[in-house]
Design a protein around this ligand. Structure first.
Ligand code: HEC
Length: 274
């Protein structure tokens, strides 16, 4: 039998099968789909009801019920130590961002690879045109599928357990800074140094080799040698653009007077690394 004849015979058999065993779209498929949709909506309404009824609103805060609290803490626009993290189902992309570094390969990692995989998925019906559907007789497709699941699972797990290095890593540099600058015996300057490491200042400022220069922020290693004084520093931290017109540095007033004093003391104690 030629392959064309075989195809025709297969097609004929398929048509007969459909006639004998198939069900008409109306009402079977319609009923089937509508029923499932009602079930899904009912589950969502049920979950929302349980969440609303079991969680309590207790004066300001909320008691978490079975499915989480009514409200979470209010967002604090003054926070500079907030570490943004994605929802769990984006952890794999989140971790890809750590493997592919900005700016060289980040487009490849976050747009390129997922796009290539999606294109392959779309092309699959055109590439794999055999009738074989048994998993064991489709080794390439099975292995590729399993590899994708394993890769996404591993990346999700790595993303979920990834340590946020920034704040803690730079805080561990504080003793080194203190030794270089000679303020190890000044507890206020030491506290200021820790605050400095944890408040995101290093995102823009370089300090004795730590941190990155952004938005044209000056290096602060020798800030204390300018002789500006603690009061000036506090004023500048409270409202940078009031003191230095046009300054793009964010205001740190929200840290509180106590913390600003510590930061200012630390800045003034930084006379330049020896
Ligand atoms: C978003 C970037 C950014 C962040 C974050 C940032 N700064 Fe700045 N900073 C700047 C820029 C830009 C300037 C230069 C303009 C100015 O002087 O205000 C500056 C200037 C300064 C100066 C120099 C003032 C002078 O004229 O000598 C000090 C001191 C300073 N910042 C301290 C800090 C401290 C402390 C923190 C953390 C609590 C911090 N900065 C966080 C961008 C930043």
């Amino acid at each position: 039998m030629s392959s064309l004849e075989k195809n025709r015979a297969d097609h004929k058999r398929y048509k007969e099968d459909v006639k004998r065993e198939g069900k008409p779209f109306f009402p079977y498929a319609l009923f089937h789909d509508s029923f499932m949709q009602v079930v899904v909506v009912a589950v969502i309404i049920g979950l929302a009801t349980i969440w609303k009824w079991t969680a309590e609103d207790v004066g300001g805060g909320t008691n978490p019920g079975l499915l989480g609290s009514l409200y979470e803490e209010k967002a604090d626009p003054g926070s500079t130590s907030f570490v943004p993290r994605p929802d769990w189902y984006y952890y794999f992309l989140f971790y890809l961002l750590r493997i592919f570094k900005w700016p060289d390969s980040v487009i490849l990692g976050t747009v390129g690879i997922p796009t290539i995989l999606l294109m392959l998925l779309l092309a699959l019906p055109f590439i794999d045109r055999r009738r074989e559907r048994h998993p064991l007789r489709r080794p390439v497709a099975m292995i590729a599928g399993i590899l994708v699941i394993v890769a996404m699972g591993t990346l999700t797990w790595k993303g979920a357990t990834a340590k946020e290095a920034v704040a803690s890593e730079s805080a561990s540099a504080v003793p080194t800074w203190a030794a270089k600058q000679g303020f190890a015996n000044d507890p206020v300057a030491m506290a200021g140094a820790t605050l400095f490491a944890q408040s995101g200042c290093l995102t823009c400022h370089v300090y004795t080799g730590s941190g990155g220069a952004n938005l044209g922020a000056p290096e602060l290693t020798a800030e204390g040698s300018k002789g500006l004084g603690i009061d000036w520093q506090i004023k500048h931290l409270e409202c940078p653009s009031c003191v230095t017109p046009g300054s793009p540095m964010p205001a740190f007033k929200a840290l509180g007077a106590d913390n600003l004093k510590k930061l200012a003391t630390f800045l003034e104690a930084s006379k330049g690394a020896k």
